[in-house]
Design a protein around this ligand. Structure first.
Ligand code: CP
Length: 314
């Protein structure tokens, strides 16, 4: 039943204010220790989870999470629908939002996701686009909070493809949490200027900061968290050679970890390519939190769905 309030969506990291992000992370921490504490989808009510790109972690964590919230995960591969044959995204939204409580969509262009949200009567969640991966960064923030007991004032450095969805989401989500976010990338792969400017404005309000640099020493020195991701994202196949050539100096290796703070933790959203963007020694070493990070997709997305459904209920 509609509350008459505007439907809240989570399309980019800055769709949550700093207070809302803190509230979602606090609930995620609670759900990590008591997985069945919240049952807003009891009935069960269905949540549609649509995939236009491959996935393991997102598929599993949304499916398990929706079930644990009392609901039914309706996982749809776009290749098995009319979406791949040109059905209007607005029509997909209208059909789904008469039958499901929320929609999560992994797709290519952010503007298509925004079009879906504009036509939807239920919350729409970004399960990864070319531009942003905000559910992953919510999980990463939970992981950092679990490791350090806090977020504001810590320094997180992302190494590698600074123009990627993960870099953009670290900028917006990290700045919202009051982190000092450093993007350390070759100059040809720096983030969108718009995203950097938005992140800097958010950081100005939260006490964080933003730095974009090609200098690995400036990027890594005294960092509390070092993060990376694949050098060639989904949809960029064919660019591997050119990307690898310039990104080798940004590989997350033991030397960069040694330059960081003594307690520095390592994140990678997976899947990983050992020997490329991260060495086996680092990802399989004691500083690595990558599997905690992977599990935290479950807790963070459940908390996010609780928040969005509460907003919808009024
Ligand atoms: N990190 C992440 O989104 O993993 P999947 O692509 O397997 O969902």
């Amino acid at each position: 039943m509609s509350s008459g309030r505007p439907v809240r969506h989570f399309l980019r990291d800055d769709d949550l204010s700093a207070a809302e992000q803190a509230r979602v992370l606090a609930l995620a921490a609670e759900l990590a220790t008591n997985r069945l504490a919240r049952r807003p989808l009891d009935g069960p009510r269905a949540v549609a989870v649509l995939f236009d790109k491959p996935s393991l972690r997102t598929r599993v964590s949304f499916s398990v999470g929706i079930a644990e919230l009392g609901g039914y995960p309706l996982v749809i591969d776009a290749g098995g629908t009319h979406a791949g044959r040109g059905e209007a995204v607005e029509d997909v939204a209208r059909v789904l939002s008469r039958q499901v409580a929320a929609i999560a969509w992994r797709t290519f262009a952010q503007d298509q996701l925004a079009a879906m949200a504009a036509a939807s009567r239920v919350p729409v969640v970004n399960a990864l686009t070319n531009e942003f991966h905000p559910c992953q960064v919510l999980a990463d923030l939970l992981t950092i909070q679990q490791a350090y007991g806090r977020l504001a004032g810590l320094t997180l450095t992302f190494l590698g493809d600074g123009s990627s969805n993960m870099a953009h989401s670290y900028l917006l989500g990290g700045a919202t949490a009051g982190l000092h976010v450093r993007i350390c990338a070759p100059a040809a792969y720096w983030p969108s200027a718009d995203v950097v400017a938005t992140a800097a404005a958010i950081a100005g309000r939260t006490g964080g900061s933003v730095l974009v640099t090609a200098d690995t020493a400036a990027g890594c020195t005294d960092a509390d968290v070092l993060a990376t991701d694949v050098w060639t994202s989904m949809g960029q196949e064919g660019q591997e050679g050119a990307r690898s050539e310039v990104m080798v100096p940004y590989s997350l290796d033991a030397a960069k970890l040694a330059a960081a703070s003594a307690y520095c933790r390592v994140l990678h959203c997976l899947p990983a390519h050992r020997g490329q963007e991260i060495t086996a020694e680092v990802i399989d070493g004691p500083a690595s939190l990558v599997f905690e990070q992977s599990e935290n997709r479950l807790h963070a997305q459940k908390a996010l769905l609780c928040f969005l459904l509460e907003q919808a209920a009024g």
